[in-house]
Design a protein around this ligand. Structure first.
Ligand code: UD1
Length: 434
């Protein structure tokens, strides 16, 4: 069984560099399916979600060449229309981007319903609404999604999203970039990874305008050509180290970030009494005094990200007073709270609201990572806890954090990865990589 063992209670000191953005990479890799020629992607994070998508592309006939651990060349010139490999597809949420990319490239797609973290019901009705508006006939049956166009090509259209959906916005951008004519997406999501996807597509010859605003206009092109693209740094990975430094105390310099993407996190940490100093492409987080209680509501960008909710909760459990968290994006994103309670956290959940009574200290305990960000929250709690914390199911964490253990060890944390619980120190992983 794979787990992390953490001996907590040490503040974090030092410097950590942020990897490429997971949620940009997991859209850009499938979008590369539409490119005729070699796509050189730099700053791909070394995480299992990206690996799975690269394997799916290979299954479809792409040639993937690893240049170094974060740079890949993907050549989709000879891809063929075939079913995507279901076992991999159903494991990741981002496999839904294959629907848009296959429709764009082949005019047809057959995929599984996407998997990914379970935050309650995660429908894809807005993706389907978009593909249907672009002229595809879409059917969902038996866990599969079938989509087909009449004449082998999508046709531009005007689409109003009923929900501000990151996935639907990006999927429609991908599909529409090779549709015939103009597509307008209204009430689009505005996350940094949406801008990154648009920049990637544009650098391959697409014509996507307005990404980062709530109206995105796409003039479809007949083909996309090869090129080189560097993925932006990961907002949530950076935010996780910010929360870790705030919770554990100490002083951490977080490098390779875009501070503007971190503004909502920076603002909340400052309210908590944490010092945050913004540089050009780095940020310093320092805490020596007590953590002040605050209220947080998660919202689509530029609001406070739902993907930072568990990590900020983990830090606020140690605040001096009562904090109220409102989850504004997902219905059921508090499952991990039970695990934090095992470490002494005092949290009451009612629907989308969590009320946290600050405690003085966590006590180490065996806990599980319920999902990717919840797993990060467990690690943060473990770093602050008295005694030993064992975090199980770390495969969730490794879906989205490159070299998490190694980076934390670089900040002085006492954390090891073990695959055999009987011999912890002999199976160190991720320690001196990158
Ligand atoms: C993406 C991210 C995830 C992040 C989330 C919100 C990826 C692979 N995942 O997930 O890390 O937490 O954005 O920033 O990039 N909804 C519908 N119908 C749809 C689509 C979404 O009702 O067709 C709802 C969802 O249930 C949710 C809300 O809209 O309540 C936002 O979801 P969305 O932004 O689409 O999240 P994901 O793309 O699933």
């Amino acid at each position: 069984m794979e787990k992390y063992i953490i001996r907590g209670g040490k503040p974090l000191y030092g410097s950590v560099d942020i990897s490429g953005a997971k949620n940009a990479a997991v859209a850009i890799i499938p979008a590369a399916l539409m490119v005729d020629g070699v796509c050189r992607l730099e700053n791909i994070p070394q995480i299992s979600d990206a690996d799975m998508l690269l394997t799916i592309l290979e299954h479809l006939g792409a040639r993937v060449k690893m240049i170094n651990k974060n740079t890949m060349e993907i050549d989709c010139t000879h891809v063929r229309y075939t079913d995507a490999p279901y076992d991999l597809m159903r494991k990741i949420r981002a496999s839904y981007y294959l629907i848009g990319a296959m429709l764009g490239r082949f005019g047809a797609a057959k995929t599984t319903m996407p998997g990914g973290c379970n935050f309650g019901v995660r429908p894809i009705d807005q993706h389907i609404k978009g593909m249907t508006a672009l002229g595809a006939e879409v059917e969902v049956a038996g866990g599969f999604v079938y989509a087909e166009t009449q004449d082998g090509r999508l046709h531009g259209s005007r689409i109003y999203l009923d929900k501000v959906s990151v996935g639907a916005t990006m999927n429609i951008i991908i599909a529409a970039s090779m549709a015939k004519g103009r597509t307008i997406i209204e009430n689009a999501a505005r996350e940094p990874h949406i801008v990154d996807l648009a920049n990637f597509l544009n650098s391959m010859g697409a014509d996507v305008r307005g990404a980062g605003t709530d109206t995105v206009k796409i003039n479809g092109v007949d083909s996309l050509h090869g090129g080189t693209y560097t993925i932006i740094p990961d907002q949530i990975e950076a935010g996780t180290y910010m929360a870790a430094a705030a919770a554990a105390g100490g002083e951490v310099r977080i490098g390779n970030v875009i501070p503007r993407h971190l503004e909502s996190i920076t603002a909340k940490l400052r309210e908590m009494g944490v010092t945050v100093i913004e540089g050009e492409d780095s940020i310093i987080v320092r805490r020596s005094g007590p953590i002040r209680r605050i209220n947080v509501k998660t919202m689509p960008y530029p609001g406070f990200p739902t993907d930072m909710q568990p990590q900020i909760v983990s830090a606020l459990c140690l605040a001096n007073g009562t904090s109220v968290i409102t989850e504004g994006v997902f219905d059921n994103r508090y499952k991990y709270v039970n695990e934090l309670r095992k470490m002494g956290a005092q949290i009451q959940v009612d629907g989308r609201t969590a009320v946290i009574e600050g405690i003085e200290k966590y006590s180490g305990a065996p806990v599980a990572a319920c999902d990717l960000r919840a797993g990060a929250a467990m690690v943060i709690a473990g770093l602050c806890a008295e005694g030993e914390t064992q975090v199980e199911d770390v495969h969730y964490i490794e879906r989205g954090y490159e070299n998490f253990v190694g980076k934390l060890r670089g900040l002085g944390a006492d954390i090891v990865y073990v695959s055999d619980p009987d011999e912890p120190e002999q199976t160190l992983k991720n320690v001196n990589i990158g």
